[in-house]
Design a protein around this ligand. Sequence first.
Ligand SMILES: NC(=O)c1ccc[n+]([C@@H]2O[C@H](COP(=O)([O-])OP(=O)(O)OC[C@H]3O[C@@H](n4cnc5c(N)ncnc54)[C@H](OP(=O)(O)O)[C@@H]3O)[C@@H](O)[C@H]2O)c1
Length: 328
Amino acid sequence: MWLQFAQEVFLTRIHKICIVGGTGFVGRHLAPRLARAGYNLRIPTRHAFRHRDLQVLPNLELIEADIHEERTLGSLFADCQAVINLVGILNERGHDGSGFRRVHVDLPRKIVDTCHAKGVHRLLHMSALGAEDTPETSFYLRTKAEGEKLVHLMAGDNLAVTSFRPSVIFGPGDSFLNRFAKLLRVVPGVFPLACAKARFQPVYVGDVANAFHFALEDQNSFGERLDLCGPRIYTLEELVHYTAGLIGVKRLIVPLPDWMSRLQASILEYFPGKPFSLDNYRSLQKDSICPEGVSTCPTALESIAPLYLGGEDWEDRLQRLREQARRT
Ligand SMILES: NC(=O)c1ccc[n+]([C@@H]2O[C@H](COP(=O)([O-])OP(=O)(O)OC[C@H]3O[C@@H](n4cnc5c(N)ncnc54)[C@H](OP(=O)(O)O)[C@@H]3O)[C@@H](O)[C@H]2O)c1
């Protein structure tokens, strides 16, 4: 049955892919790779104007759309043979988990339903390492786990799903090392660090894009959930020290005790843009590392981070270029 289905999927060769959430950090690395490989891409966005630079790719269609509307999803997927779901949030507007649920559970459900309705046979779904449905963990990790489980359960015999579970992802335009670089530049002297002992196995965005590209037409990945981890494990404190060294600022990095980390989160979650939240704090209680610390992706942080952290912040640079081109 599975073999017959696999053959059917590849009889319908993949020509067009809809990348939902394709305007973000990962999408911006994945889309050019898939476009170069000859796929036609359709990327929906809430803000087409902000992302119109993506349209330089000749085989990419950028469409302003509300992806939470099932009818809209239907027309977006209509002539596609594959869908990639990259939509995810680290913080919600409210505090009760409903914002996470809407994006990480309700949307994947609509995506799978629409794939079935429109005869799309291939779905690549982005989850997160450490996603697990236990009451003590964060809404982020719980809803990611629920969404991941749901897409595999709902796939049935007509949809080949592969999900990806990366640790924190680094690369030009990331919001992890770049965020710490920005904070280190503006916080003078002493840098208080919450959850300093949390451990990560950072994975390069180029390796993540490779994993998606490779899996797309690889029958061995059907039904799989793939952990994506880089070659080394670091504590958050080590990563922040490393970032400070790269950007050339001297700060006394002071790890906060657990109660102060929690307190910091409960205060900062009411700041504009939620720079740190209780939900982030709960996510950080669990190490984001692969089982046994096994590495599944080869690129070392030290071979890439100096290329984009040394100078101006990537987002600031883009903003400066936009301003120069009068495109703010
Ligand atoms: N970056 C990491 O370190 C990391 C680690 C583990 C897992 N992940 C997962 O990997 C995926 C991609 O991450 P990323 O860093 O590329 O994320 P990102 O830069 O924040 O991009 C996510 C995209 O999703 C869309 N989006 C966000 N909220 C939405 C909403 N409420 N409704 C509709 N669309 C929405 C946005 O598109 P528009 O604004 O154009 O509409 C955005 O471009 C996410 O699922 C994330 O959870 C990331």
